[in-house]
Design a protein around this ligand. Structure first.
Ligand code: FAD
Length: 317
């Protein structure tokens, strides 16, 4: 039966929030597409997640997984078989580390349409979607002519989560999954809590690639503390291994809401700006008067960040 098929994500005994968002996106298409919404629940002991499936879903396809925890190859094999058996018009999953492991492979092998990191979907005889292009500098609109099935992974946070859980009819689907698992789950490791919380700091002194000396970092951390704030950074400093990712601001880092965001030597790439939209006052220091950060700054100085640091230290005494 043609449907919108949502691939549920579970971890550590819980249905993940992203699944509620993906179901929200699917329910939003239900009226225009006139397709029922089914959720594929591929897990060991899937019944424990049934109570969390959002209301409005027409059917849960219950698939017993041979792997105790998420295993990409099991999902890959299961989804391939579900597409062959159920002929869904649209398959939706979260754009997450889990789906990276199976969704593109399934789409390639089954010859379906495919788009990742989708930010919006509307329906006009089929899905029409938007996603970022060129590192999110452009928005691309995609359609999938002549594709009878399209697989999409949806950007977390881009779709409103489906509201309350409801009681949804369940159908057992028997798939050939024996021997599909190719990896062994050893353990979960929690990220080390460093005590750094840039998300709740009221002042962030943020340094970027303009601060090109790793050994200067302690100086900026001390300055941030003397100003009553916390040191944060743009991504290149994390990629260089100079600081932990818990200090990274931006699209693939953290969204921050400080009263003051002091950006030193940060150009203002869209991915960085995505993390500071809710900052109350942005102060930018950059040698380049054309740097995009000045487009969002409340106050700006075309200056050398080391001179500004000297001046601040001088004022603090
Ligand atoms: P640059 O762009 O190199 O800018 C350095 C700036 O310093 C320049 O404007 C220069 O004029 C100025 N400068 C140089 N010397 C001085 C000086 N002495 N005094 C003052 N100014 C000086 N980036 C993030 O930050 N966070 C993210 O979460 C993030 N996620 C991403 C996700 C994806 C999918 C992709 C593709 C990219 C992501 N990026 C992210 C990277 C982003 O595109 C930029 O490359 C990055 O933000 C640039 O960091 P920057 O401004 O520090 O460096």
């Amino acid at each position: 039966m043609s449907s919108i098929l949502v691939v549920a994500e579970t971890r550590r005994g819980e249905l993940r929030e992203i699944t509620k968002e993906v179901v929200g996106a699917a329910l939003g298409l239900k009226e225009e597409s006139r397709l029922p919404v089914a959720v594929a629940l591929i897990a060991s002991a899937p019944d424990r997640f049934l109570g969390a499936i959002p209301a409005g879903v027409d059917e849960v396809l219950r698939v017993e997984s041979p792997a105790e925890h998420f295993e990409a190859h099991v999902h890959e094999r299961a989804l391939e078989q579900l597409i062959a058996k159920e002929s869904p018009r649209l398959v939706l999953a979260g754009h997450t580390i889990d789906s990276f492991g199976f969704a593109p492979a399934v789409a390639a092998r089954a010859g379906t349409g495919f788009a990742s990191d989708v930010a919006s979907i509307r329906w006009d005889d089929g899905p029409l979607v938007t996603r970022g292009a060129y590192g999110d500098k452009l928005v691309a609109e995609l359609d999938f002519p002549e594709q009878s099935c399209v697989v999409l992974t949806l950007r977390p946070g881009a779709f409103a989560a489906a509201a309350a859980a409801g009681s949804v009819p369940v159908r057992e689907v028997d798939l050939e999954l024996a021997g599909a698992a190719a990896t062994e789950h050893l353990r979960f490791e929690d990220a080390v809590d460093t005590g750094v919380d840039i998300g709740n700091a009221s002042l962030l002194l943020s340094v970027g690639r303009g601060m090109d000396a790793e050994d200067e970092l302690p100086r900026f951390e001390a300055l941030a503390e003397r100003l009553g704030g916390v040191l944060s950074v743009s991504r290149p400093l994390v990629d260089a291994g100079w600081v932990g990712s818990d200090r990274q601001v931006g699209q693939s880092g953290k969204t921050v809401r400080p009263r003051v965001y002091l950006a030193l030597g940060i150009s203002g790439a869209v991915q960085h700006l995505a993390g500071i939209r809710e900052a109350e006052t942005v102060v930018a220091v950059n040698l380049d008067p054309e740097a995009p950060i000045f487009g969002v700054a409340d106050f700006g100085a075309v200056a050398d960040l080391f001179d500004v640091a000297d001046a601040l230290e001088g004022t603090l005494g």
